[in-house]
Design a protein around this ligand. Structure first.
Ligand SMILES: *Cc1c(COP(=O)(O)O)cnc(C)c1O
Length: 461
C-alpha cells in the first residue's frame, strides 16, 4: 500500500514514510491509494480473532514494509498497556450498546491511537537510526495520551506546552507525574491559544525544526486513523447476532478523526447502516451535514472540552472522497476555507454527505440530563462526551440493540460534572488514584517563543 496527499502534491509514500511525514508536505492529509475490501467470508474469519490478531489482519492490509513479526510485536506491546483483557468492552445501557474505548493508560480513547503511534515512531526511528523531538500544545486529553505514548522511549523526547491554571487538576497531574526523563511539561503563563501559536511559530522556523528534528503528534497522522478502524470491527462482532447484520454507530466528534475511521471501516465492507456524528454546541459538523454549511464560528467552552473545536482537520480526508477523489476540488475548498472561513456543500454532494452521515448536537444541559437519566435507567455512569452520543441517538430515534454509542472517556476524568449531576464522586480507576501524592514535574515558562526554543535546544535529543 502506498500513500498520497488529499491535495495531489505527494504520492508513492510507504506507510513508514507517511507516519514520519504526518501532515503531507503540500499541506494536505495523507491517505492510502486504495481502500482494502473485506467480504463476508473475511469478516467471519475476523470475528473469531482476539483484539491483537484482528488489529494485525486489518493493519497489515495497509502496509507492506514492516515484517509480520515486527508489526505483531508493535501491536502486542501497544495493547498490553490496556487495563482489561477484553480491550474494549461493549456493554448494554440506555437501551443501546456502549463501547468503552477508554481503558488505556490515560483513560480516554486517544490511547488506542497514541500508544500505537508512539510504538510505531520508536520502531521506525530505531531502524533509521534517527531521533525525534515532539513538540505540542494541549488543552486536555491529547497531552497526557501523547506523553504516555512515548514516555521512556530511547530515541524520542516530548515537549508539551499547556496553559497554567487552565487545564483540569487531573489532566495536569497525569502529564506532570510520569517521572520519565524524556518528558518535558512546559507550564506556560497564558492561555491555550498562546501555547498553540507558540508551537506554530516554532514549526515555522524551518531551520530550527530541521536542526532539532521536530515532530508533531496531532490528530492528522494516518497511523492514528488506522489504529481506530480496528475497534469498529471489534465492536461490530460483539453487537450482531450474525455476521452480515447491520449496526448503527454514534460517535462523539471534535476533529473528525474517530468518525472518519468509522467511515473507512464502512468503505472496507463493515455493515454499518447509520454513522452518526454527535457534536456539542461547537456544531460545525452538524451544520455541515444538515445544511451543507461548513463555516467556522468562534469556539464555545462546554462541559465536553475535547470536542470544543471549530475546524475539524480530518474532514479534509472525507472531502477528498466526497469530491470523487479530485484533488483540485479539495485544494479549491481548502483555499476557500482559508480565505472565506467557509465551505458550502450543495446539490448532489450534500445528498451524498447525508447518505454517509447523520448528525446532531447536544447542549450542556442536555448532557447533564442524559448522564442523570442513563444512571437512573441503567445504573451506569457516562462522561459528558459519551452523553452527547447517547442524547443524539435518542433524538434520532436510533435507540435499539443494534446501535452502539462510542464512549470516549472514563467518567472519572470529569469528577466535578459527575458530582454535580449525580451527587456522588465517580470511582477512580487505579491509574488515576493517588496522583496528588506523586511528584509534579513541570517547567514554568513565559509565553515567549525564544525562551521556549532555548529550552528545547538545551534539552533536545
Ligand atoms: C479527542 C476526543 C474526542 C473527539 O475525537 P475526534 O477524533 O477529535 O473527533 C471525543 N471525546 C474525547 C473524550 C476526546 O478526548
Amino acid at each position: 500500500m502506498r500513500y498520497k496527499s488529499t491535495r495531489g502534491g505527494v504520492s508513492g509514500l510507504s506507510f513508514e514514510d507517511a507516519v514520519m511525514m504526518g501532515l503531507a508536505s503540500d499541506g494536505g492529509l495523507l491517505i492510502p491509494e486504495k481502500i482494502p475490501l473485506f467480504n463476508e467470508k473475511d469478516l467471519k474469519h475476523l470475528s473469531e480473532l482476539p483484539y491483537t490478531k484482528l488489529a494485525y489482519e486489518i493493519m497489515s492490509r495497509y502496509q507492506e514494509g514492516i515484517p509480520s513479526q515486527d508489526l505483531m510485536n508493535i501491536i502486542q506491546k501497544t495493547y498490553a498497556k490496556f487495563d482489561t483483557v477484553n480491550m474494549i468492552p461493549v456493554r448494554k445501557a440506555a437501551g443501546m450498546r456502549i463501547a468503552e474505548l477508554y481503558h488505556g493508560p490515560t483513560y480516554s480513547f486517544k490511547d488506542v491511537a497514541l500508544q500505537f503511534l508512539g510504538n510505531m515512531f520508536e520502531y521506525i526511528l530505531t531502524k533509521r537510526k534517527q531521533s525525534l523531538n515532539i513538540v505540542g500544545a494541549t488543552s486536555g486529553d491529547t497531552g497526557s495520551a501523547a506523553i504516555y505514548g512515548v514516555k521512556s522511549k530511547q530515541n524520542i523526547n516530548i515537549f508539551m506546552l499547556y496553559p497554567s491554571n487552565r487545564i483540569s487538576n487531573i489532566q495536569e497531574l497525569q502529564m506532570t507525574t510520569t517521572e520519565a526523563s524524556n518528558v518535558f511539561c512546559l507550564e506556560v503563563g497564558g492561555n491555550f491559544d498562546n501555547c498553540q501559536s507558540i508551537v506554530k511559530e516554532i514549526f515555522n522556523d524551518l531551520e530550527f525544526k530541521d536542526e532539532y528534528s521536530l515532530g508533531a503528534v496531532n490528530s492528522i497522522n494516518f497511523a492514528r486513523i488506522l489504529a481506530q478502524m480496528v475497534y469498529y470491527f471489534w465492536i461490530y462482532f460483539r453487537t450482531v447476532h450474525r455476521v452480515g447484520d447491520e449496526i448503527n454507530v454514534v460517535v462523539p466528534t471534535g476533529n473528525f478523526g474517530n468518525v472518519f475511521a468509522g467511515y473507512m471501516a464502512k468503505r472496507m465492507g463493515l455493515p454499518i447502516a447509520k454513522l452518526m456524528i454527535a457534536t456539542n454546541r461547537n456544531n460545525i459538523l452538524t451544520r455541515a451535514v444538515k445544511f451543507g454549511d461548513y463555516s467556522i464560528e468562534r469556539v464555545h467552552p462546554t462541559i465536553s472540552p475535547a470536542m470544543d473545536i471549530q475546524v475539524a482537520s480530518n474532514f479534509e480526508r472525507y472531502l477528498y472522497y466526497l469530491y470523487n477523489e479530485d484533488s483540485s476540488k479539495v485544494v479549491e475548498a481548502m483555499d476557500r476555507l482559508q480565505t472565506e472561513k467557509e465551505i458550502e456543500i450543495r446539490g448532489h454532494l450534500l445528498g451524498q454527505l447525508q447518505r454517509d452521515f447523520i448528525a446532531g448536537e447536544t447542549s450542556d444541559e442536555d448532557m447533564k440530563n442524559t448522564i442523570r437519566s442513563v444512571f437512573s435507567k441503567s445504573d451506569y455512569v457516562i462522561d459528558p462526551h459519551t452523553a452527547c452520543a447517547v442524547y443524539a441517538a435518542e433524538q434520532m430515534e436510533l435507540v435499539s440493540d443494534n446501535t452502539v454509542c462510542l464512549s470516549t472517556a472514563h467518567p472519572a476524568k470529569f469528577p466535578e460534572v459527575i458530582h454535580e449531576v449525580l451527587g456522588v464522586w465517580p470511582e477512580m480507576p487505579s491509574g488515576l488514584q493517588n496522583l496528588e501524592e506523586r511528584q509534579k514535574r513541570s517547567e514554568r515558562m513565559n509565553p515567549d517563543v525564544e525562551e521556549i526554543k532555548n529550552f528545547i535546544a538545551k534539552n533536545a535529543k
